[in-house]
Design a protein. Structure first.
Lengths: 268, 98
């Protein structure tokens, strides 16, 4: 985090005290490395990503290490989590035949959700997915699965052919090829990644702005009224983000499920 | 709640989840076509424009791409979509005198 924000938090930098508002920006997404290995710095987002993976692995391992027919304790929560993904994300797109993809979708959903929700947990308070470098590998994995299943089930030529629905006259086919190729290989993966990144980036920036503004405006002056307003907005954005973190994980995983469904059989 | 009521409730939830997934997919596919059409034909127009020194071909290409995308969306989700739907679910008001 930047020196400006740290100085504001530790010092008495308030309105009318002579110091300007240290507006949050891109610098608040840059972290000093804890240590470096060669030329690679190990930063807070990296630590949080590892932590998120561990949380998912440990949670499901503890929940299902000795599963009982009548679930108790953690197994109950684990089953609710898995059934939630199965009934709300997997089955609506893939049906029962897609149940073999449940482990992939459950892992993806909870990994993204934990990384997102870290934004709202004190001390951690940073959404890993607001750094786009953490989003692209997930998009690549999803796209690899998507393409692999498509080619495996429909054949390379059949897969490309099935991108355009049947019954289209040959000249139209030719006209549509550039549009389909660009949509499939550029627009679709780009929006899949940028949607998640953009939402988390914007949410974190909003939270930072209103939190810092509340502290900065806090003074025995007219600023106090604005500080209260800013604090109320910070709480509102916090509540909104509890929804957004879940929604973005849901959208990413639902779209992955629909992509897999279209790979398993042509979309017509 | 009775078993019948439970089944009805579950069926409703399943339909809602299916519609949500379908809507999300169609929504992003349609916006994908709109942007991709403009970009693909904008690029083709720009490349031809560079070759023949006519800079106007970039916006012309974009407009052509947009027209192609809109036409295809109407065909795929309008004409084909309506044909794929059962007659009872069609929302056409043709012949409706209300």
């Amino acid at each position: 985090m930047t020196g400006d924000v740290n100085a504001l938090a530790s010092g008495g930098c308030h309105i009318f005290s002579g110091c300007g508002f240290p507006a949050p920006g891109l610098q608040d997404f840059e972290w000093k490395p804890f240590f470096t290995i060669g030329s690679v710095g190990f930063t807070k987002p990296m630590l949080l990503a590892i932590l998120a993976a561990l949380v998912v692995i440990v949670f499901f391992w503890v929940a299902f290490r000795s599963p009982k027919l009548v679930p108790r304790g953690m197994q109950n929560i684990g089953e609710v989590a898995i059934l939630g993904v199965r009934d709300q994300i997997l089955r609506p797109s893939l049906g029962r035949k897609g149940d073999s993809y449940l482990p992939f979708l459950v892992s993806l959903f909870f990994f993204i959700y934990i990384m997102n929700v870290m934004e709202l947990i004190p001390i951690l308070q940073f959404p890993v997915t607001s750094r786009i470098g953490f989003v692209w590998p997930m998009v690549f994995i999803v796209y690899f699965v998507y393409l692999y299943l498509g080619v495996k089930n429909q054949g390379a030529w059949g897969y490309l052919k099935n991108m355009i629905p049947p019954g289209v006259p040959a000249p139209i086919y030719v006209i549509l090829v550039p549009v389909e190729l660009l949509r499939f290989f550029v627009f679709q993966p780009f929006t899949l990644g940028v949607r998640l990144f953009g939402n988390m980036f914007a949410g974190h920036l909003l939270l930072t702005i209103f939190t810092i503004a509340s502290w900065y405006l806090l003074s025995l002056s007219v600023g106090l009224i604005y500080a209260v307003g800013s604090f109320a907005l910070a709480i509102f954005v916090f509540l909104l983000e509890t929804l957004v973190t879940l929604l973005q994980a849901f959208i990413f995983t639902t779209l992955t499920a629909t992509y897999i469904a279209s790979s398993l059989e042509a979309s017509h | 709640m009775s078993d019948k009521g439970n089944t009805k409730f579950t069926a409703k939830r399943v339909t809602a989840a299916e519609n949500r997934a379908k809507g999300l997919d169609i929504g992003w596919t349609v916006s994908g076509y709109l942007v991709s059409g403009m970009l693909a034909y904008g690029l083709i127009g720009w490349l031809i424009g560079r070759a023949v020194h006519v800079s106007l071909l970039l916006p012309v290409g974009m407009l052509v791409g947009l027209a192609i995308s809109i036409g295809f969306i109407i065909y795929r989700y309008g004409v084909q979509g309506a044909a794929a739907q059962p007659k009872s679910q069609r929302t056409s008001t043709k012949g409706d005198d209300r």
